[in-house]
Design a protein around this ligand. Sequence first.
Ligand SMILES: [Zn+2]
Length: 143
Amino acid sequence: MGTSRRMNGHLSTKHLAELKDKVMAEVERIENKLLSEQLMVVNQTSGDEVDSANDEIIKHAELRFATRESLYLKKLKKTQKHMDSEEYGLCDDCGSAISFQRLKARPTSTMCITCKEESERDELQSFHGRQSKSLGKTISLSK
Ligand SMILES: [Zn+2]
């Protein structure tokens, strides 16, 4: 009883640290990119009006960055929080361990490859209308 085991014990401390570094680097990369774009906007406005225009610029910038990139940033930040919990690295759907290889390729993964493929197949099916399950399997095998 005495020893506490992390739920995501399949990830070694070293691997988890590696994933954390990767996510942090991604966060910095995107934040710097968004920041430099914001600075560009500021530089384009004439000196005196910068202060009063600042709020407007930020609003404008936030609007502009409500894009794929900032959504990804949100996801990364969520992942960072998640990484401090014991559930990181476990599939949201079936609770089984997500492999380090998969997490390394996509640290924001919240589903194991099996569930992910299943849900993508479901999406594909609902997109194309009802298809037989066997057809879905044929697609995933052929890639
Ligand atoms: Zn799963």
